[in-house]
Design a protein around this ligand. Sequence first.
Ligand SMILES: [Zn+2]
Length: 206
Amino acid sequence: MRVLALGDVIVETLYSPAVREIARDVEMVISCGDLPSPYLEYIVTLLDKPLYYVMGNHGARGGARERPEGCINLDGQTVNHNGVLLAGLEGSIRYNDAPRYQYTEREMRNKARRLALQLWVNRLRYGRYLDVLVTHSPPFGIHDGSDPAHRGFKSFLNFIDRYHPDYMLHGHVHLYDNRAPRQAVRGHTLIINVYGYKLLDLKTIR
Ligand SMILES: [Zn+2]
């Protein structure tokens, strides 16, 4: 299944009718956060495909309304989209005293635990917990930064090791250098920093 994944920065060619050509054959759009609502609404309108999102740590950018209309919030949820099992965890590590969409390690661990029941239901119903974990933040030690705002979550490592999704898509870490790594593997999971955009052909690895 072809997927358009978005994160962190507006890509001008996607914010134009050319998006129809670039995202031809895409069956769903996934946003990993920190994008203005009008951008996501534009893309969902032109493609006429479902858009699943998590919020980044920057809630409303550019004074726009915070949550994109006509899009589906994945935070704390699992969704079965035509046989692809998605789950989402929004936000970043807490790094200041205005913690909107910021979570301590402990808070994120609890958010992940609250997903467990839905993941177990998936496992009973479909034989696996999930296919794609969608987050804003990277896991600790993978694509993350050493500064307090860009440190990843250790609880995401535990999540990957316990539920082994095929993919983890995240944003939050800006790539200014084309040579910077944007993919990593841990166990069965391919971890991708979608910064800007990424077209993916989701394959079930198992
Ligand atoms: Zn961010």
